[in-house]
Design a protein around this ligand. Structure first.
Ligand SMILES: Cc1cc2nc3c(=O)[nH]c(=O)nc-3n(C[C@H](O)[C@H](O)[C@H](O)COP(=O)(O)OP(=O)(O)OC[C@H]3O[C@@H](n4cnc5c(N)ncnc54)[C@H](O)[C@@H]3O)c2cc1C
Length: 327
């Protein structure tokens, strides 16, 4: 059986591994201790926060088929949230999400999806790949502890383009193309509020401020009763504060959240912040994945299409079809 190494166990890497594992001996490499990438969740005491992807939609048959077993197991459920839109402090739109156009979330956390998808796969966790070389025997990988892995017949990079460029040899045909993709940052504020506080919405898009999104995390299924809130900054604000002190940014985001939702800061019991350097990307018009067939190397991820969970899947799905046809 041919061998394939996939660097990155986010949704694109995991989807690719599932599409290929019948015909390839697949090994994944993930720098974190768990899979899922930006479909991430963080814990504080008994509270969990989905501080990366908030929910996702599934438009294509291929993605719906892929999700189907996870939906049957209850790992993915529908979030029927009460949605509003703020323009500054003014509410300008209200909507109720329904099962007709499902907003899917992982249960009991967004990170449960990566955990579930990775159980049947061979993943090397806590392994940050720092270089890759192509030898006569195939691809060799080295991690930041100087441990080497390989050789592999195929190598796929399923991580953000800037991180791919840092570990791709110069002769790879798509290396220069990677600099065309501009990923944007995002700061994620996590708050636990006093349980007496009931916000009048479950999810909100915010315009005209430095924050773009607020979700009441515990309004998603299986999240418990603690009032947990996730607030995202705009990409522009995060990018213009890349070097600012995170604790200062946290205080600024708390001020903005309190102003928009008219919540008193004294009701905040816990707060934390995470800076995503490569959070999102606007809609792209190029190919769904990049490939160098001569060297059996490829790259996939949401960034090829759009900063969405379904885009990460589609990029990997299309690449899997091509790799299978190249065998
Ligand atoms: C704040 C935020 C909000 C979002 N909201 C939504 C939303 O509401 N709806 C939606 O559809 N999408 C949303 N997204 C986007 C969505 O999360 C992504 O589109 C999707 O998760 C990307 O998956 P991926 O596999 O392409 O990349 P990633 O999830 O980034 O996976 C890459 C993986 O590679 C690993 N890695 C990186 N470098 C190395 C290395 N050198 N060695 C080993 N491993 C490495 C990383 O740890 C990671 O696990 C959001 C993202 C963020 C950050």
């Amino acid at each position: 059986m041919p061998t394939i190494a996939i660097i990155g166990a986010g949704l694109s890497g995991l989807s690719l591994a599932h599409q290929l594992h019948a015909d390839f001996d697949v090994t994944l490499f993930e720098k974190h201790y768990c899979a899922g990438g930006r479909m991430a969740s963080r814990q504080h005491d008994k509270s969990w926060f989905d501080h990366g992807a908030q929910f996702f939609t599934a438009k294509t048959d291929a993605f719906n088929d892929f999700l189907s077993p996870l939906i049957k197991q209850g790992v993915i459920q529908v979030w029927n949230g009460n949605f509003i839109e703020f323009k500054g402090e003014q509410i300008v739109r209200r909507d109720s999400w329904t099962t007709e156009y499902p907003h899917w979330v992982g249960c009991p956390t967004m990170s449960a999806i990566g955990c579930s998808l990775s159980t049947s796969l061979q993943v090397n966790y806590s392994t940050l790949i720092s270089s890759t070389i192509h030898t006569a025997q195939g691809w060799m990988l080295t991690d930041d502890n100087q441990q080497t892995f390989g050789p592999y017949d195929w190598l796929v990079f399923s991580l953000p383009p800037q991180q791919i460029a840092a570990i791709t040899p110069p002769f790879i045909s798509f290396k220069e193309t990677l600099s065309n993709y501009e990923m944007r940052g995002c700061c994620a504020l996590m708050l636990e509020l006093d349980t007496s506080i009931k916000l009048e919405f479950d999810a909100a898009v915010v315009t005209d401020t430095n924050i773009s999104w607020i979700s009441v995390n515990n309004s998603k299924p299986e999240r418990g009763n603690n009032t947990t809130v996730v607030v995202h900054s705009t990409n522009t604000w995060a990018d213009s504060h890349q070097r600012s002190d995170l604790q200062q940014l946290k205080l600024q985001m708390i001020d903005e959240f309190c102003r928009v939702t008219k919540t008193q800061a004294s009701y905040i019991k816990y707060s934390d912040i995470k800076r995503w350097q490569y959070a999102n990307i606007t809609k792209q018009t190029g190919p769904d994945y990049l490939i160098d067939t001569k060297h059996h190397a490829a790259a996939c991820g949401d960034w090829c299409i759009q900063g969405r969970v379904e885009a990460a899947f589609t990029s990997a799905f299309q690449l899997a079809e091509t790799i299978n046809s190249e065998r």
